[in-house]
Design a protein around this ligand. Structure first.
Ligand code: GLY
Length: 392
């Protein structure tokens, strides 16, 4: 089992990664709560309809292990998707908890992707002024990013994640076996954040990803992913995917290294007053791309494109002491990220200026001064369109 210990200012907790960990979840949650058993505690698993159908059955590993550990297990299923990441879903969860007489000592458990984790964490942060919660991410993206670090929240009509709280989980459990039911696009989505982590502080992670060989003896990726959603045609078909997706050990290593990079940053700056802003590399442009596409382009894909745009512009402006655009190009080509976007610099600028991170007259841009070392510069509103043009 891989273990990463997060010592955030407000809480110390572990991220535990292991194949088959769902069947140990009950015991591991008791450990995290410093209890011998879950007797006398209610736990409400919050999940979306998709994960519910795949993994949240009464007789499947997670539920069985929670019940075996003595918890009284409840389940709240919401439809899933960005459209349901809102206050109405939060209210639904809070009502469900009161109807079932959850009190301050009881627990929420987020079982799903980033949306589920953000919603559940936020509900936990406000129910009875704050109860404990557990993160069990089921996507590559949420395993490396949103499940760690305590950012929780929902969207408002005006934009994404505009209301929320910093609320750290008691423990994060990740079972890499769940990646087998993801489509290639969803894997790309998470890989975008792993690449980002490497570009921020450790370029050897990017090199590690590029050099990983396939360890899947004889089994084609198509067999491995036989239950997964069809791949995007741009990925060249299921048999032509990058080797790391056929190498469980290397992929788990990349996930753990990425979480460890996030650990180090969150420990330094839990509330994003300084260094945590580095985790926004590529994100200002990514949010603009997501918004222009009405969220048709996924977050991780938009982050990959955003990092390419920023790197090219930063190189062109002489901000870098070692060019980073080439490495971004190499890694995004390797994974065949769809990079053609039909938006002009003017359209992206207009969307970026509405971003919640924009200041009163400038936008903070995180860029790689060299691969593996990111820093921040402010771009004045009037210069942003030119900056984006240089990167397109
Ligand atoms: N996803 C960026 C952060 O957690 O700060």
């Amino acid at each position: 089992m891989k273990k990463i210990e997060i010592n955030a200012l407000s809480k110390r907790y572990n991220v535990l990664l292991e194949s088959g960990i769902l069947s140990k979840a009950g015991a591991l949650i008791c450990d995290a709560l410093n209890r011998d058993s879950g007797q006398g505690l209610k736990i409400c698993v919050v999940t979306d309809a998709n994960v519910n159908a795949l993994y949240a059955g009464e007789d499947q590993a997670l539920f069985t292990s929670l019940k075996d550990a003595g918890f009284s297990v409840f389940k709240y299923v919401f439809p899933g998707g960005e459209d349901h990441k809102n206050l109405a879903t939060i209210e639904g969860i809070l009502d469900y908890l009161t109807e079932n007489h959850f009190n301050r000592g009881d627990i929420l458990l987020a079982f799903g992707g980033g949306i589920t984790g953000d919603i559940t964490g936020f509900a936990a942060s406000i129910y009875m002024r704050g109860i404990k919660y557990i993160q069990i991410p089921t996507t590559l993206l949420s395993s490396v990013d949103s499940s760690v670090g305590g950012k929780t929240g929902v969207n408002l009509k005006a934009g994404k994640n505009l209301t929320g709280a910093f609320w750290q989980p008691e423990v994060v459990l990740f079972d890499p076996d769940v990646l087998k039911t993801l489509g290639y696009e969803q894997l790309l989505d998470g890989m975008g954040e792993i690449i980002k982590a490497g570009m921020i502080t450790d370029k050897s992670l990017v090199q590690f990803i590029l050099s990983a060989g396939s360890a899947r003896n004889g089994e084609s990726f198509a067999d491995y992913m036989k239950d997964a959603a069809p791949c995007d045609a741009s990925a060249g078909g299921k048999d032509k995917v990058p080797a790391i997706f056929g190498n469980d050990e290397a992929l788990l290593e990349a996930i753990a290294r990425s979480v460890d990079i996030k650990r180090e940053i969150v420990e330094d700056d839990e509330r994003e007053t300084g260094r945590r802003k580095l985790l926004n590399f590529g994100h200002t442009i990514a949010h603009a791309i997501e918004k222009c596409s009405s969220y048709g382009i996924s977050h991780g894909n938009a982050v990959a494109i955003g990092m390419c745009i920023v790197s090219k512009a930063a190189d062109a402006l002489g901000w870098t002491d070692e060019p980073s655009a080439d490495m971004m190009q190499q890694i995004t080509d390797y994974f065949q990220y769809p990079k053609n976007i039909p938006y002009t610099a003017a359209q992206l600028t207009a969307a970026a200026l509405n971003d919640k991170k924009a200041g009163s007259n400038s936008v903070p841009i995180i860029y790689a001064q060299r691969p593996g070392f990111c820093t921040e510069r402010k771009v004045m509103f009037e210069d942003l369109e030119n900056f984006i043009s240089l990167g397109l």
